[in-house]
Design a protein around this ligand. Structure first.
Ligand code: TXA
Ligand code: MG
Length: 341
């Protein structure tokens, strides 16, 4: 099998892609879909047999729960046993968008989706294809990122096709992902929001919304600050390109050259991703400029890393990122990509 690829760049094409995808999803199949964060591998979240196909396709360990995508507040509530005020508050502020809320799961969500756990991650994505296809199906879609386990997430249809095209009946081409890294995952089962995976919706943004709601509800003394914890299934090494990846800061090009040489890699075998410190000597054929702006950087990052892999790089050097809240999600992905196996 080789995946059919359907474009979505006119209203008629979008409608046709939604139609075809919904038909396959209703039949219990898995489809490659665009979202605004990264591409996903979608299946009917209420159908354990369909969800089992996702695990098999990805080679995903069974202990890693899958996010459920909805297209309305009612659908979100149908997946949850209870709907905390905090979920209402954060959902109202950031949905549809790159935020996943972890809540207690309802009986409609199969154990396979949550890896047997009592909670489920729910996201209302912003991408028009996702909104359309979920409404057309009438059921939520379980969808992890559309990459093989521990590989780099895809941010365009080509990335999905090169990793999984042979195993899928359909990949919907929704263009380049607008956000570019995976959603922020926030546990809202307790009194305080807990950030399980940082993303482009930042800790201060979540804190501001949650604190304002808490002040309204109980007066000014209890404003919850979000905590940051580890999510199940988030391994230290994850989101990885094939090449070794390092994040470095260097004083000058001589230092950069020395450190590259120490790793016994030639200038031709290294890809250098910079946002401010541009090597100008001409020594490195592969220098990629990424914008010095967190949103634009996130949008470009995975495509650049995929390109490094396609070029057969042995080493990827990424210039150290600014230490600011809007860069935390990106820094998290680079840390995981650079972790030793
Ligand atoms: O942006 C995204 O979130 C993308 C798109 C496709 O929506 N999806 C995505 O899914 O990144 P995935 O499977 O690659 O990562 C999901 C992660 C899990 O590894 C886990 O860390 C966390 O989300 N997660 C999911 N359900 C959870 C739960 N019930 N409790 C805690 N963490 C959960
Ligand atoms: Mg993933």
């Amino acid at each position: 099998m080789s995946a059919e690829v359907l474009p979505t760049h006119t209203p008629a094409l979008l409608a046709a892609a939604i139609d075809r995808a919904a038909t396959l999803l209703r039949a219990g199949q898995v489809v490659g879909v665009p979202t605004e964060t990264v591409y996903g591998l979608a299946a009917n979240a209420f159908d354990p047999e369909a969800v089992a196909k996702i695990y098999a396709l990805k080679g995903r360990p069974a202990h890693n729960p899958i996010i459920v995508h909805v297209a309305s507040a009612e659908m979100a509530r149908a997946c949850a046993a209870d709907w905390p005020d905090l979920a209402d508050t954060l959902g109202a502020a950031f949905w549809p968008g790159p935020l996943t809320l972890v809540v207690n799961k309802s009986g409609r969500i199969p154990d396979l989706v949550t890896s047997g756990g009592p909670t489920v991650g729910i996201r209302w994505p912003q991408h028009p294809f996702m909104q359309g296809v979920i409404r057309a199906c009438g059921f939520p879609l379980a969808a992890p990122s559309a990459n093989l386990a521990n590989r780099l997430s895809p941010t365009n249809a080509g990335h999905v096709l090169s990793q999984l095209g042979a195993q899928l009946p359909l990949v919907v081409d929704g263009g380049d992902c607008n956000v570019g890294i995976e959603s922020t995952v926030v546990d809202v089962t307790g009194a305080t929001p807990v950030i399980l995976r940082p993303g482009m919706i930042t800790e201060p943004a979540i804190r501001a919304v949650a604190a304002a709601a808490a002040v309204q509800a109980t007066g000014p003394r209890t404003s919850p600050a979000p905590k940051v914890l580890r999510s199940p299934g988030l391994l230290p090494r994850h989101y990885s390109p094939q090449a070794r990846l390092v994040v470095w800061k260097w004083r000058d090009e001589a230092e950069l050259a020395r450190r590259v040489a120490e790793l016994q890699v030639t200038p031709e075998q290294v890809c250098i991703l910079v946002h401010t410190q541009i090597p100008l000597s001409g020594r490195y054929p592969q220098v990629m400029l990424i914008p010095d702006d967190a949103e634009a950087f996130a949008r470009a990052l995975y495509a650049e890393l995929h390109r490094c892999d396609e070029m057969g790089a042995r080493l990827i050097v990424v210039e150290e990122l600014p230490d600011a809240p809007e860069w935390v999600g990106i820094a998290d992905r680079l840390r995981r990509a650079s972790a030793a196996e």
